[in-house]
Design a protein around this ligand. Structure first.
Ligand code: 5GP
Ligand code: ZN
Length: 111
């Protein structure tokens, strides 16, 4: 996956504004935020998208979803946030390394 931009971020070859890291996941701010706070949580192990996940991804998907509210709170989104997982070209996915968007901070209006 040498041409995957998020794998390069995970490997430290491209810098990012890190939100959280452990041995399995990395969270970092989106380079083009759509809200005052906008970060993404990605598995370190490359998988293209939700369409490419199977039972073997159950634990990492659960971990990422449970990290979302914790990191959102730490980033100042204590009262609510949105999540998005764009999947496939027809789902608006641009970077084909699974990622969960977490964003908010502009109130309850649609973003
Ligand atoms: P997608 O449309 O695939 O769900 O979202 C990909 C996101 O990755 C976009 O919101 C885009 O701004 C973000 N992005 C693309 N390249 C980079 C990068 O090099 N660094 C960071 N931090 N975000 C990126
Ligand atoms: Zn990747």
């Amino acid at each position: 996956m040498s041409d995957c931009i998020f794998c390069k971020i995970v490997a430290g070859e491209i810098p990012c504004k890190k939100v959280y890291e452990d041995d399995e996941v990395l969270a970092f701010h989106d380079i083009h935020p759509v809200a005052p706070v906008h970060f993404m949580i990605v598995p370190k192990a490359h998988v293209d998208s939700l369409l490419h996940c199977d039972d073997g991804h159950r634990a990492i998907l659960g971990k990422i979803l449970l990290l979302a509210p914790r990191l959102a709170r730490e980033q100042g989104l204590a009262t609510g946030f949105r999540t998005a997982i764009n999947t496939g070209r027809d789902g608006g996915q641009e970077v084909f390394h699974l990622h969960v968007h977490v964003y908010g901070g502009s109130g309850p209006r649609p973003l």
